[in-house]
Ligand binder design. Structure first.
Ligand code: MTE
Length: 305
């Protein structure tokens, strides 16, 4: 899907309106201190106060929507923006299944009337060692979990991407086992930083970004942030996840960003922020250690990578 330059200008206005930009810098969008970013949007300010430091700059709408991983539309970074024009994200429903009191098929429009959509600026760190900073709109996954009302036996959640080979050309090839699946432990899924995103820069998600609903788990490698979700299953055992099924020695179930545990074929110590030349040091848990470190206390992170 192509974006007109006039539309991009309106995203900048959007940013100004929402006061994402504290001080304007000659070289484009910049974030100042982040402490008041969520002032009007979240009651949970303490959690978000130090999400970003002054070195983080928002990636542009164009960068975020033309450099993607979404194998349902091909393996190249521009394939998703070039090949997703026939995908129809409306109308959309999500089925809630498994160990819950309220199994149902939810219409997305109706669901959005029941949840609180907020602005969340998060870093996204891909396992391939590139990263971006993205202003998402979304709602806490915990709100959907409350609607599902899990049984105490539900320990994990599996997410499933829609299977529509007629609209997703990559699904006609054996690039991955389809549909794409991912999973979280229940406490990770309930964590306030975990969101289901419906938009970015104030614009509904474009197809390449995972329209109309995708997961964003900012302390994990990007492949955990599954796109175009059509089912959510509550299960009692660690569920299958596409990349850890495919190459278990390279991609673990947890996949927390960890600068100390390298991928068998490359270092995870540094990353390239899209739009920058100099590599940056990768931060433990992608910089969200204070918020999420307790989830993994006592776990051997070399074993549970
Ligand atoms: N979800 C589906 N269904 N299919 C995919 O191929 N790629 C993952 C993740 N979600 C992928 C997916 C990977 S590897 C990354 S890094 C992120 O999406 C990229 O998200 P972005 O394109 O919005 O940056």
């Amino acid at each position: 899907m192509k974006i007109l330059p006039s539309e991009i200008t309106s995203y900048k206005n959007y940013l100004n309106r929402r006061k994402f930009i504290k001080s304007s810098v000659a070289t484009g969008l910049a974030l100042g201190a982040s402490t008041n970013l969520y002032a009007n949007h979240s009651s949970d300010q303490n959690i978000y106060a130090n999400q970003l430091d002054e070195n983080d700059r928002l990636n542009s709408f164009e960068e975020i929507t033309t450099y993607n991983n979404f194998y349902e539309f091909g393996m190249g970074k521009t394939d998703p923006s070039e090949n997703s024009g026939n995908f129809k994200p409306k109308p959309w429903s999500i089925s809630l299944e498994g160990l819950i009191n309220n199994p149902q098929v939810l219409d997305l429009e109706k669901l959005l009337q029941q949840v609180t959509v907020e602005d969340r600026v998060y870093r996204l760190r891909c396992v391939e060692a590139w990263s971006m900073v993205i202003p998402w709109q979304g709602f806490p996954l915990s709100e959907l979990i409350k609607i599902a009302d899990p049984l105490s036996s539900a320990k994990f959640i599996q997410f499933v991407t829609v299977f529509r080979p007629e609209e997703m050309p990559g699904q006609n090839k054996r690039l991955l086992p389809w549909p794409y699946v991912e999973g979280l432990r229940m406490d990770e899924a309930m964590h306030p930083l975990t969101i289901l995103s419906t938009g970015l820069y104030g614009h509904e998600l474009l197809n390449q970004s995972g329209a109309p609903l995708r997961l964003v788990v900012p302390w994990k490698y990007g492949f955990k942030s599954i796109k175009s979700i059509s089912s959510i299953r509550f299960v009692d055992k660690q569920p299958e996840a596409t990349w850890s099924m495919l190459a278990p020695s390279e991609y673990g179930f947890y996949s927390n960003v960890n600068n100390l545990v390298d991928h068998p074929r490359w270092s995870q110590g540094t990353e390239r922020r899209i739009g920058e030349f100099k590599r940056r040091k990768t931060l433990m848990y992608n910089g969200y250690e204070e918020e999420v470190g307790y989830l993994y206390e006592g776990m051997d992170l070399r074993k549970y990578y």
